[in-house]
Design a protein around this ligand. Structure first.
Ligand code: CA
Length: 220
């Protein structure tokens, strides 16, 4: 094992409740039915992908590019009105264990939220560098496509069996598993464990604190 690939929202930052609320507000304002719980099921998908799935379901056609842009802009504005997102409890402890073990921490996120990307350095100093990050700006397909994780392997000069992934969302788990990487689920949200295990997770913990406490079981 050489590297640990971390998802960002719901793993390193406790940001998912804000994302879910922001999605609910923006979609509802445009006449769609979209619960906060559904936002957790779509977590990791691109904004356009999420909007089109719901539009096809409720209108029988995809949303126009203009509407997609408008909804996503409103969602981002709503997200940014919330108080500052805090790091996930236990995330810094996990990162310190990863670094102490000589492993390379990388980030693989579907997020293009610049406020969070800038905050990485504040809460997790001297940990992540842009060359070892895959964000919404890098990928074409996004999770659950394996592209983001395959790109991370390429950026890190890694084979699939030299890395492990830490993910909280079903689509993120699917993406990592499709890239052939050992995947640890951390269930930090409202979905049942079964949803994450059915997505293909190899191991499951219920918090980053629990992952930190049981790190020795993985690092061998
Ligand atoms: Ca996530």
């Amino acid at each position: 094992m050489k590297a640990v690939l971390f998802d960002m929202d719901g793993v390193l930052f406790d940001s998912m409740p804000y994302h879910a609320e922001a999605w609910h507000q923006a979609m509802t304002a445009h006449g769609f039915t979209f619960s906060r719980a559904e936002a957790f099921l779509h977590e990791g998908r691109t904004g356009a992908g999420t909007i089109n799935i719901v539009s096809l379901r409720e209108r029988g056609k995809e949303a126009s590019p203009e509407e997609i842009q408008q909804i996503y802009a409103e969602k981002s504005e709503a997200f940014n009105r919330f108080p500052e997102v805090k790091p996930m409890a236990g995330a810094w402890k996990v990162l310190q264990k990863v670094k102490a073990a000589g492993l390379i921490p990388m980030i693989v996120t579907g997020s293009g939220q610049s406020s969070l990307l800038e905050r990485l350095d504040k809460y997790f100093p001297h940990t992540f560098v842009p060359e070892r990050m895959v964000t919404a700006f890098d990928v074409k397909h996004g999770k659950p496509d394996p592209e983001p994780y395959l790109m991370a392997l390429q950026k890190g000069g890694l084979t699939a069996d030299e890395a492990v992934v830490v993910e909280n969302a079903p689509l993120g788990i699917q993406s990592a598993v499709a890239a052939g990487i050992f995947t640890i689920a951390v269930n930090t949200g409202p979905l049942s464990d079964d949803v994450l295990l059915d997505a293909g997770a190899d191991l499951l913990f219920h918090s980053m604190n629990e992952l930190s406490e049981r790190w020795n079981e993985i690092d061998r």
